[in-house]
Design a protein around this ligand. Structure first.
Ligand code: PLP
Length: 446
């Protein structure tokens, strides 16, 4: 038996159509995880693997937190499920109120979803419906950004700007896109780039092109994660905010990666000092233990729905999921939030962010690296493409890292790092050293 297979047969492996995975390669060379604790996974072949991306940016407080497991267990044996439509359970209200303490002032109404993708769809639908309620039904167009990632559902891929996520799937929703903010003059900058605020003025061009009476919302990730950690240029988000205000356009921040600590703060909005109208979260909300997302909206938006809702037994918003505000997810989120608070993990993430910044930029000058970016406890490296094999090198680097005992993510021409908030400086050093070694090996054709 091949112990890399964790006792699975090849037929079992073949049956699961894995998401966002090169299935044919994986099934030839499986990378299976059987357990996790703190910052480490155990692989099927018995190795300890440092989690250099906190799961998929969602396990910042570390794996297998006993307090979360306990809360989940207690909830399951007390109330396993309750409908969230027309009936409710107490924890959903408790959690909604708790979440508002992490949101910018004024974003104090919370709608629950089960994922980042559902948070995107929810926010886009709220934006369109809001303008209808305000008597402006023409305001439907959505503006996203090249390189933006907002999940995989049709709304998300419409406003998203990563071609590979969209090109297979035919016509999308009515959306347009701002440029990305990756300027050559900002290469290797530490933290927020100085150049590029002017790119927000492209929104004026889109407004002139489409007419503000047709535009519902602009959606951006304050720090674009999946495209390879792209922090916003100084002043960029502020300028978007001003233009949206001037033209009655809602500003949505997709903070599925950036909310709840990854930036060293409660949100990107807090770090960058810009308040959106709607703020989407998921991932770190439950520390990856149970799927859950939450969309925070400005009270005025909620009030509009209530005021225009007709008789009070009628739905103000015909939208929601069977598992919105699932009691077990609420329990997991409440336990996660307590850990984040009690262990001061935003502060810890912001201290480690400096360590990561110092360490990762020491790789500048190494073969194949054409850019390094960092923001909060996250970093992205752009890897020069091999002729004729545009995306091979990041994959090969990530595989070398796995073999050396480090899990990192590869995506497009980048590799991405986002270690747990409970990591140590030594672990960050170890990861970055292994990354340097892996890059050199790939550069040397090994
Ligand atoms: N939005 C952003 C900014 C994300 O990074 C992601 C996932 O990485 C999503 C949305 C989609 O989240 P999910 O995979 O939970 O649907």
């Amino acid at each position: 038996m091949n112990d890399k297979l964790a006792g699975l047969s090849q037929a079992q492996l073949d049956t699961h159509w894995m998401p966002y995975t090169g299935n044919r390669q994986f099934k030839r060379d499986p990378r299976i995880i059987t357990a996790a604790k703190g910052c480490y996974y155990t692989s099927a072949d018995g190795r300890q693997i440092f989690d250099g991306l906190s799961g998929l940016w969602n396990c910042g407080a570390g794996h297998n937190r006993r307090e979360i497991a306990e809360a989940i267990k207690q909830q399951l044996i007390t109330l396993d499920y309750a409908p969230a439509f027309q009936f409710a359970h107490p924890k959903s209200f408790e959690l909604a109120e708790r979440i508002t303490h992490f949101m910018p002032a004024g974003l104090n109404r919370i709608f629950f979803t089960n994922s980042g993708s559902e948070s995107t769809e929810t926010s886009l639908k709220i934006a369109r419906a809001y303008w209808r309620k305000r008597g402006l039904p023409g305001k439907t167009k959505l503006i996203g950004r090249i390189n933006g990632y907002h999940g995989v559902n049709f709304g998300g891929i419409s406003v998203g700007g990563i071609g590979a996520n969209r090109s297979l799937f035919g016509p999308a929703l009515d959306a347009d896109h701002l440029s990305h903010t990756l300027l050559p003059e900002n290469r290797f900058c530490q933290g927020q780039p100085q150049q590029g605020a002017h790119l927000a003025n492209e929104l004026l061009e889109l407004i002139a092109l489409h007419d503000p009476n047709n535009i519902a919302a602009v959606i951006v990730e304050p720090m674009a994660g999946s495209a390879g950690v792209l922090p916003p240029p100084e002043g960029y988000l502020q300028r978007l905010r001003e233009i949206c205000d001037q033209h009655q356009i809602l500003l949505i921040f997709d903070e599925v990666i950036t909310a709840f600590g990854r930036m060293g703060t409660a949100s990107g909005a807090e770090l960058f000092g810009v308040v959106p109208d709607i703020l989407n979260t998921a991932k770190q909300l439950t520390n990856g233990n149970i799927p859950m997302g939450a969309v925070a909206v400005r009270q005025g938006i909620y009030d509009t729905f209530m005021e225009q809702g007709g008789p009070d037994y009628q739905l103000e918003l015909a939208h929601g999921y069977t598992y919105s505000a699932h009691p077990v997810a609420c329990a997991a989120a409440l336990a996660t939030i307590s850990i984040l608070e009690q262990e001061n993990l935003f502060q810890r993430a912001s201290e480690l962010a400096y360590v990561l910044e110092e360490t990762i930029h020491q790789l500048r000058g190494l073969a194949l690296i054409s850019d390094i970016r960092n923001c909060g406890l996250a970093a992205g490296l752009t890897i020069e493409s091999a002729p004729g094999e545009p995306l091979l090198r990041p994959f090969r680097i990530a595989m070398k890292m796995w073999n050396k005992g480090f899990y990192i993510r590869y995506g497009g021409d980048t590799v991405q790092l986002g270690m747990p908030f409970i990591s140590t400086s030594e672990e960050i050093d170890g990861l970055v050293n292994a990354l340097a070694e892996s890059i050199l090996e790939v550069a040397n054709g090994q």
